[in-house]
Design a protein around this ligand. Structure first.
Ligand SMILES: C[S@@+](CC[C@H](N)C(=O)[O-])C[C@H]1O[C@@H](n2cnc3c(N)ncnc32)[C@H](O)[C@@H]1O
Length: 320
């Protein structure tokens, strides 16, 4: 029988979750929401004032109170006061590169199966938004190695992640460098690799070498051309299961008395996601029984071709 897991009593369950409890303290960030739903995020500093179009508020009026209260500004504006949630923090924090939106970070954590104690690699770190979700999911006993090739973006990521967790997360290893050059320097197999970059297909070979058998690669790409290229490159490699591409659409609803209808606004498109699992060394997935769609790999197709594609199959044109 495997050893029963040991419960570490030196790490409380909520440690390094980025969640703070108790009265608001100087140095913490708060999120104020006004009566029109506008949000203001700022750091609490003793003796400082927050100004808005409805007068001002003393930070000292907020410090020392339990979050979840309404405060009135000098000109009579009412503000709801909470600490920001992770999903609120990442869309309001300073950005270098574009961030992974919370709806997609949630999909990545679930569908790339990020678990407590996992060894995870991501590239690029960008602004550190996804790093926060991954660190929360792996916890203090996991490991997240984040590669970022632009030093100035790595600095932004470091500041954001440190601010969110209130210190240097013990599971985080942020490295400046290109994934293709740096990933081979890791000596232990990796459970999960998340790629959020312009050209993830350039990384498929090093990802395959670094992933443990059964490990998952997950790519996040904004355009259909990128989606096609990463899926076909994973297929052509031959050492991954059939890639699973999808996107998630989230629509909020207006619910008020008899007026129950979809909201007028929704985020129509953020990006596509693709996952595939690493086969054991030397193993290939079963040969596909289904033929490719007519013309899928016709004369206009110039990308990588599946390793098991019989000659002439899928080459037909769709016209005529
Ligand atoms: C869209 S941003 C990542 C955003 C990040 N996931 C977040 O949620 O904040 C893409 C980043 O990938 C970096 N990048 C692109 N190719 C890379 C590579 N081969 N190795 C390391 N970083 C790379 C870019 O410099 C950029 O900062």
């Amino acid at each position: 029988m495997p050893d029963a897991p040991t419960v570490r009593d030196d790490v409380p369950p909520h440690a390094w979750a980025g969640v703070h409890r108790g009265p608001l303290r100087p140095g913490e960030w708060v999120r104020l929401t006004d009566q029109k739903g506008r949000r203001h995020n700022f750091e609490l500093v003793e003796g400082k004032r927050f100004f808005s179009n409805r007068g001002h508020l003393e930070h000292d009026e907020l410090i020392g109170r339990e979050e979840g209260f309404t405060v009135t500004s000098s000109a009579g504006g009412e503000y709801l006061v909470f600490r920001p949630l992770l999903s609120e923090f990442v869309v309001s924090m300073p950005r270098g590169a574009a961030v992974v939106y919370p709806k997609d970070a949630a999909q990545i954590v679930a569908m790339a199966d990020i678990f407590p104690g996992a060894t995870v690699v991501e590239a690029g770190a960008g602004s550190g938004a996804l790093s926060c979700s991954l660190l929360r999911a792996v916890g203090p006993h996991g490991q997240l190695v984040s590669f970022e090739r632009r030093e100035e973006f790595a600095d932004v990521a470091r500041r954001n992640v440190t601010q969110f967790f209130g210190g240097d997360h013990p599971a985080w290893d942020l490295r400046v460098g290109d994934l293709v050059e740096q990933l081979p320097t890791l000596t232990e197999p990796v459970d999960r690799i998340i790629l959020d970059m312009l050209a993830p297909w350039e990384c498929v070979d090093v990802v395959a070498d670094a992933l443990a058998p059964g490990g998952i690669v997950c790519a996040y790409v904004a355009t259909t051309t990128q989606l096609s290229r990463i899926v076909e490159t994973l297929r052509a490699h031959g050492g991954f299961t059939e890639p699973q591409p999808w996107e998630s659409l989230v629509r909020d609803w207006h619910v008020e008395g008899l007026a129950v209808r979809p909201g007028h606004k929704m985020i129509g498109h953020t990006a596509f996601l693709v996952t595939a699992r690493r086969m054991a060394p030397g193993q290939r997935p079963p040969t596909k029984k289904r033929r490719p769609a007519p013309g899928a790999y016709g004369p206009d197709y110039t990308g990588p071709r599946p390793a098991d594609l019989p000659s002439q199959v899928g080459l037909e044109t769709t016209e005529g």
